[in-house]
Design a protein around this ligand. Structure first.
Ligand code: SF4
Length: 256
């Protein structure tokens, strides 16, 4: 069974996905395992805890992925590396069309080479996060073994990534995303903020990644904007606020 999958949004951009359950799941021994240890208000507004993600077969596939990682990390890493040997991950098809408004000259050396090759990208985690140092290190090994592929991730694990600054391979990119317990540790870093509307995103001076998920790591700004999914009960909870706003309000409430 394939470890990496594609959905209709990512397919046109040659992006493959790896995913584990969102927020937490129950393991076979009955214990709860947190897959997103630094999730905050995002857990209540999580797209991956809604709709098709709740289908029994989808949930089972995500649980299976997590179990593989936890039960035998060596075997999982080996299988992931083997899957990435398949021709579909190694076909050089020529230059990618750069998503507007990214310019070739704005990209660093590694990214320019990758764009010219047209090789795929691997998005680590459609749902879930880097729940432990060793798990991040496994992904670093996988990226190291595939220096021609781009690996990227959104993460709320700010302090974890701080500890690994300068040690990630050049083909492993990440950005922080708001709505987590460590939002207050995000400084000038590249980060994604979730806005209730596109107008609010533009007004705040963020650049949207809506047209192509790769914009999140390619745009020449550290302020990446995401427009909230059109899920009515989530929009109601957001009540015109960003994930960052909601997190700040919650922190203030706790401190008061
Ligand atoms: S970190 Fe991401 S996947 Fe996890 S609960 Fe938050 S929004 Fe969902």
């Amino acid at each position: 069974m394939a470890l990496l999958t594609q959905n209709s949004e990512l397919k046109p951009h040659r992006i493959w996905n790896w995913t584990i359950p969102a927020w937490h799941t129950r393991l076979e021994d009955g214990s709860i395992f947190k897959t997103c240890p630094q999730a905050g208000i995002c857990a209540k507004l999580c797209y991956a805890r809604n709709g098709t993600y709740l289908f029994r077969n989808v949930k089972a596939a995500h649980d299976r992925n997590l179990r593989m990682v936890l039960d035998n990390p060596d075997l999982w890493e080996t299988q992931m590396k083997q899957e990435l040997q398949l021709p579909k991950f190694n076909r050089i098809i020529g230059p990618r069309q750069l998503p507007y408004p990214v310019e070739y000259d704005d990209l660093g050396e590694w990214m320019r080479g990758w764009v010219v090759s047209g090789l795929p990208a691997i998005r680590i985690h459609d749902a879930g996060d880097f729940f432990a140092d060793w798990y991040l290190e496994r992904w670093m090994n996988i990226a190291d073994a595939n220096p021609h592929l781009l690996f990227y991730a959104y993460t709320k694990e700010v302090s974890l990534f701080r500890r690994y600054e300068g040690r990630l391979p050049p083909n492993f990119r990440y950005l922080f995303s708001t709505g987590g317990l460590e939002d207050h540790l995000i400084g000038d870093d590249r980060h994604a903020e979730v806005f209730p509307t596109r107008e609010a995103l533009d007004e705040a001076g963020y650049m949207s990644q809506d047209a192509n998920d790769l914009l999140a790591i390619m745009l020449p700004t550290s302020r990446i904007g995401i427009t909230a999914n059109n899920i009515s009960h989530f929009k109601k909870k957001m009540a015109g606020r960003t994930f960052g706003d909601m997190t700040k309000e919650k922190r203030k409430g706790r401190q008061a």
